[in-house]
Design a protein around this ligand. Structure first.
Ligand code: ZN
Length: 502
């Protein structure tokens, strides 16, 4: 076969796996939204069968043979950069699927179910001792997995690379130390500022049908295309899909309208990314998001950078009041804006505000890093967790269910995943800095609700390149600078000193 024929055969094989994964994702969406309560057993059969077939497709030895023959072809240099990148991504995935012994894959899957069940029970009983052995095992299995993937690299770097390609523990340590230095004193200033917000109106009753209308209206305002998407409800909001069918979910609380409002903006940001990937890359390895951190930069761009800005509410508050009738008619712009930007150090990451959120993530990262280096042990975790919460956030943790056991990630074996949440903030503040230079009328666009040019900028710079670059390289292309925390810290200081008056 010629080089081009080899390449086409390989891409065709990969396309099949991608389509199977799309089917898997759609079944997953149905499982979370509309599946009848007794459909679980049947669904798990469908999941298991699909997963086995996908694994078979992705570990087919022909893939290795084709990759070899392409790489050794004398005409290899004639391939385009995009084609070479596709090959790189296929090889990376193939290695990930084939380097780990089947027994270990099975053991990880089996242990994940046990660990999550035990975590639920231990969390309910506030009993860390119960969870501890499962956590130890989860960590050990992930270390083994990392060793098989690359025995020459630090295991934590191998795990990080799965979620944030090419990012290392050393790079994140530097970034997060800078963040900590900037944010800890800022939070202290905010907490002692005389101008504190009145948030009482946030708990006024706002009926679900009104909130549903708001969610649809906001989706239209930010150009989340509902002809290629939809909004449903689940316990925990999420986004799933690809190009022409990207769905989001939210959760309506009648006495916390801001919850669904901002989760819709957040998930719409994720969905907009998927809807605007380059059409040319569809069904190719290139046609996927660059990383979880870049994904999070887009969700937070719409949720925070736009969604919690004074300019946006100058435009949207009148429309919001129209849609909500007389519920919030007495609330003026200043009061509204300050309440939705209320900074309050808390114990729980998922409900944390824009400023304190990164510190929750930094705590998990430092613990993961030190665990992987053997500097701390699983036995010491509650103590270390509680010390860090006190030191960084000034918060006292009374029991482990709202401390070290609050997130499901570690039970699920997700080590190296957490940092991507805070990287999203670092990336989006840097994108914000550049977009304001390149679109000098940015503020005016937001103030008038004309978000199209902003979406077009994000699409050109962030969405369309898809997986052409690793996240750090993509950010370098967009900003002409290495990744740094300066812009996020500056953004926070400017915004919150104005709100809180210091
Ligand atoms: Zn997100």
């Amino acid at each position: 076969m010629t080089l081009q024929e080899d390449y086409d055969t390989l891409l065709q094989k990969n396309k099949k796996a991608i389509i199977y994964q799309m089917i898997q994702a759609q079944l997953g969406w149905d499982f979370e939204t509309y599946m009848p309560s007794k459909g679980g057993q049947q669904r798990s059969m469908q999941f298991a069968t699909l997963a086995a077939d996908i694994h078979k497709l992705m570990t087919d030895p022909t893939i290795g043979e084709l990759l070899n023959s392409i790489k050794n072809d004398t005409n290899y240099y004639s391939l385009t950069e995009a084609q070479k990148r596709n090959l790189f991504l296929i090889e990376k995935e193939y290695n990930k699927q084939t380097k780990i012994p089947a027994d270990l894959v099975k053991e990880i899957a089996k242990h994940q179910v046990v660990a999550i069940e035990t975590w639920k029970k231990a969390k309910a009983e506030k009993n860390y001792e119960l969870f501890k052995p499962e956590l130890k095992k989860a960590l050990d299995l992930q270390k083994q997995r990392a060793h098989y993937l690359d025995p020459n690299k630090h295991p934590y770097d191998v795990l990080l690379d799965i979620y944030e390609p090419n990012m290392t523990s050393a790079m994140i340590t530097d970034l997060f130390n800078e963040l900590k230095e900037g944010l800890v004193p800022l939070i202290k200033k905010i907490r002692s500022a005389p101008n504190q917000p009145d948030t009482s109106f946030l708990s006024r009753n706002c009926p679900t049908p009104i909130q549903e209308k708001l969610a649809i209206d906001l989706s239209n305002v930010v150009h989340y295309d509902l002809d290629r998407g939809r909004i449903d409800t689940t316990e925990h909001p999420f986004t799933t899909g690809y190009y022409q069918d990207v769905r989001i979910t939210t959760h309506y609380y009648e006495n916390e309208f801001d919850n669904a409002l901002f989760s819709t903006m957040h998930e719409a940001g994720h969905a907009i990314y998927e809807q605007n990937l380059d059409e040319e890359f569809m069904y190719q390895p290139l046609g996927q998001a660059s990383s979880l951190g870049i994904h999070e930069s887009q969700s937070r761009f719409f949720e925070n950078i736009i969604g919690r800005s004074p300019e946006f509410w100058e435009y949207y508050l009148p429309r919001f009041k129209e849609l909500t009738g007389d519920i919030f008619e007495d609330i003026d712009n200043e009061k509204f804006l300050h309440a939705i930007n209320h900074v309050k150090p808390s114990k729980i990451r998922v409900t944390a505000d824009e400023v304190t959120y990164s510190l929750h993530v930094i705590i998990r990262f430092e613990i993961e890093r030190d665990l992987s280096e053997g500097k701390v042990t699983v036995d010491e975790l509650p103590l270390i967790w509680n010390q860090k919460y006190k030191e960084y956030l000034g918060v006292d943790i009374e029991d482990d269910s709202e401390g070290v056991m609050q997130d499901t990630h570690w039970a699920a074996g997700l080590f190296g995943y957490f940092p991507t949440y805070a990287l999203g903030n670092i990336y989006n503040a840097h994108q914000f800095h550049v977009i304001r230079k390149e679109l000098p009328n940015y503020d005016e666009l937001v103030r008038t609700g004309n978000l199209k040019p902003i979406l077009e900028w994000l699409t050109k710079k962030v969405h369309k390149p898809a997986s052409l670059y690793d996240p750090a390289d993509l950010m370098q292309q967009i900003t002409n600078e290495p990744i740094n925390t300066k812009y996020f810290i500056e953004y926070c200081i400017k915004k919150y000193s104005q709100l809180y008056g210091f």
